[in-house]
Design a protein around this ligand. Structure first.
Ligand code: ADP
Ligand code: ZN
Ligand code: ZN
Length: 723
């Protein structure tokens, strides 16, 4: 009998599979789909994933190369996992190899054997003899640290407290001084809250749907106790011996959720890009082996292989961060739905401000719609008002009414949240003499002034330069910042409220690991304080002391370029409002704007998010936009001003016959970014099938175009942004 042929996937952009012969000495029965192999590829070696074992190849026998080594005895990915990833590759029209390797933790993309990961916890077995570690002071220090924690220390804590501890720990283990230990049992659970009638009704409805695929939209105003419902349902799922996957939009939200899930009688692991490769690998295995009952992660956690899945939760499902914006441009939220469907488990999409897509599905009866309309516990809904800025004397970017309200709340020892989605000092640096404006040379965009760092920074390409002392056009030294970012607002606040702590939360102020948590901790400690932040602050952090929240510049969102800009603004205003009055006191919300009569703002302020969503869905239907139409975007960019448009024109000339609407090629809103010129074609179709048929037929022709080699181009299915 002839040798079996291995059909392999490699992490390459080539849309094809590769045939190899099995490694010497590896018999047929040891080969299974989902194993990794090391193979020669060109003049290098690559890790490949086994897709199938077959009898023959289209290649002539003499061109078949032999795989070098089998890396896994047991498959890393099960048949069901492979199947799901095939689906992902098909849906996003992305090369299968790249999808498969994207789904694996980084260490497994390399040729290292998938050894059982090192344990998480370490403890001292016996104290060292007085002279034992005399000549090893670092080991002695590590032993002393362990001695302070008889219950053991997790690797994550050691990473922080004792950088470089692993080799030292090995020495301690060799000496019989330390050992790996099982994680300590979770702390005794806090008494479970008595659910209010709405929560109880939601839980009962969800518990009745634990068998099989049941997508459910849990629309609950901020602070209505959605998380409490997830926790109760998770308890029921764990009791059946199943696992729970929870997706959140931001790394910053994982610690607080981990803390709350810690009360469940199981191991809870995090999975996100803020963790080291080793930590992620351990969490991946804990999921894969069913050792972790709860896996909490950001969008990439949707690829976690659960041994016994029982429930998928997507919290803050409306958040755009669920969409990956480069490479494999997938939506973690949408894939969670596919996951749950294939796993045949329930899915909960939770939000105070559901996406128009999810609301539409709920209205059409595809999702079960559950509502929590009241705040849990004692909290009452906030009162929302627009502040008309027109003609008002402003103190910095703060109106008199806002300042007065702030004073009142701060005097009572309460906290104030100010939202401004613009970091840095000012978005413009202007020469007062001649009108010159500091422009990024690589983008169609202005530099943002960062005063503390004394730099001009382009937020689009990351280029930074020193702040010029003189105008390069006229030599004047009268350069002035125009407009307000968070850094400048902080300055204004410190002058106006010198005795109140101002806690700024944006990407610049929270660069160091743990600093966001530290600031949030400081806020939770209580006492009068002003929290000033970008969208990092608007998301689901629980800050019960805030009684006044303000949106400093709502107009920024009213002038957005994207068709989703208004939806985002409404979600943000509602989320910011949700930060106010979570404790005993009712909250107040103020929205500063020059357009107090804007129909969106008035609907939102007077009738709430559901009424806004209703109106916005009407507009989307009329325009044939999502969720009533399906989109795909082909983007092309190049340092050459002509190449992107030329490529897209050639692409259109090759486009197969199809009812799908094609718009473009058109320049992107920011035509030049990071020194590259950008063009795009937008595809719109009322139904998905024709869109995907068109793309499948079109892509091979696109890839074959000679013009394709002169540009960087990409395909984005269900794009979040269309500019
Ligand atoms: P959401 O996830 O909807 O924002 P949470 O579950 O975080 O809401 O609940 C908001 C706050 O209300 C939390 O402090 C939580 O402990 C509290 N809470 C939730 N449910 C109840 C309840 N039934 N009784 C009292 N307090 C509750
Ligand atoms: Zn000038
Ligand atoms: Zn730039």
């Amino acid at each position: 009998m002839s040798e079996p042929i291995l059909e392999l996937a490699l992490a390459t952009p080539l849309r094809r599979r590769f045939d190899y012969l099995p490694p010497a000495g590896v018999e047929h029965h040891r080969l299974q789909a989902g194993q990794r192999l090391l193979v020669p590829f060109g003049r290098s070696r690559r890790v490949a994933l086994l897709l199938a074992v077959k009898d023959s190849s289209a290649l002539p026998a003499e061109r078949l190369r032999r795989a070098e080594r089998l890396l896994d005895e047991a498959p890393l990915l099960t048949a069901a996992e492979l199947d799901f990833l095939h689906w992902v590759a098909d849906y996003y029209h992305h090369p299968l190899g790249e999808v498969l390797f994207h789904a694996l933790p980084a260490p497994l993309r390399q040729a290292r054997p998938a050894r059982a990961p090192e344990p998480d916890y370490w403890r001292l077995r016996r104290p060292p003899d007085p002279s034992e570690l005399k000549r090893a002071p670092r080991q002695a220090a590590l032993a002393a640290l362990l001695a302070e924690h008889p219950e053991g220390l997790p690797a994550a804590r050691l990473d922080q407290a004792f950088p470089g501890w692993r080799p030292l720990m090995k020495q301690l283990v060799r000496r019989g001084l330390a050992c790996a230990s099982a994680p300590p049992p979770p702390p005794s659970p806090p008494p479970a809250l008595e659910l209010n009638p709405e929560q109880q009704a939601a839980l009962t409805a969800l518990e009745a749907r634990l068998d099989g695929f049941h997508p459910c939209l849990l629309e609950g105003v901020t602070g209505s106790g959605k998380t409490e419902v997830y926790l109760r349902l998770a308890e029921a799922v764990l009791a059946r011996g199943r696992q729970v996957l929870v997706l959140v939009p931001e790394i910053g939200l994982t610690p607080q959720l981990l803390q709350r899930f810690a009360r469940l009688p199981t191991r809870v692991v995090a999975l996100h890009s803020g963790m080291s490769d080793g930590e992620r690998l351990r969490a991946w295995w804990a999921a894969r082996r069913g050792e972790a009952g709860v896996i909490i992660g950001t969008r990439s956690a949707v690829f976690a292989p659960l041994a016994r899945p029982g429930l998928v939760v997507v919290d803050e499902e409306h958040d755009p961060s669920f969409k990956q914006q480069e490479g494999l441009r997938y939506s973690g939220r949408d894939l969670a739905l596919v996951r749950a469907q294939r796993w045949e488990v329930p899915l909960i999409l939770g939000s105070a401000t559901p996406s128009l897509e999810s609301l539409h599905h709920a209205r059409e009866g595809r999702y079960h719609h559950l509502r929590l309309s009241r705040r849990a516990g004692a909290a009452r809904p906030p009162q929302i008002d627009c502040l008309d800025l027109r003609g008002q004397p402003l103190h910095g970017n703060l109106s008199p009414v806002l300042l007065e309200a702030m004073e009142r709340h701060l005097r009572r020892g309460e906290q104030v949240l100010l939202y401004l989605n613009r970091r840095g000092y000012s978005p413009v640096l202007l020469c007062h003499e001649c009108g010159w404006v500091a422009q990024c040379p690589r983008c169609d965009s202005r530099y943002t002034l960062h005063k503390g760092r004394a730099r001009l920074h382009c937020h689009h390409c990351d280029k930074t330069v020193a702040v010029p002392r003189q105008c390069p056009a006229c030599g004047s030294v009268d350069l002035r910042p125009v407009g307000f970012g968070t850094e400048r607002t902080e300055e204004v606040l410190r002058q106006r409220f010198p005795e109140v702590p101002v806690l700024r939360i944006d990407r610049d102020s929270t660069r160091r690991k743990g600093s966001l948590e530290a600031v949030l901790e400081r806020a939770r400690a209580g006492g009068a304080a002003i929290l000033l932040g970008t969208q990092m602050l608007a998301k689901g952090h629980h800050l019960p002391q805030i009684t006044l929240a303000a949106v400093l510049d709502a107009d920024q969102g009213l002038h957005g370029n994207d068709f989703r800009a208004l939806e985002r603004l409404a979600q943000l205003i509602t989320q910011v409002s949700g930060r106010a009055g979570r404790g005993e006191r009712a909250g107040r919300v103020l929205i500063q704007t020059h357009h107090p009569d804007h129909p969106l703002l008035t609907t939102l302020v007077h009738s709430g998010y559901p009424a806004f969503a209703e109106a916005a869905l009407g507009e989307r239907r009329a325009a044939g936009l999502p969720p009533f139409g399906h989109l795909a975007l082909i983007r092309a960019e190049s340092p050459s001003p002509e190449a992107p448009e030329r490529f897209l024109r050639a692409a259109l000339a090759q486009c197969p016959e199809s009812p799908v609407i094609r718009l473009g090629p058109a320049p992107a809103v920011m035509e030049r970014r990071a020194g590259r010129h950008r063009f795009q074609i937008l595809l719109i179709s009322p139904r998905r099938a024709p869109l995907h048929r068109l793309i499948a037929a079109w892509l091979p022709r696109l890839e074959a175009l000679p013009e394709a080699r002169r540009v960087r181009w990409s395909l984005d299915i269900d794009p979040q942004e269309t500019f």
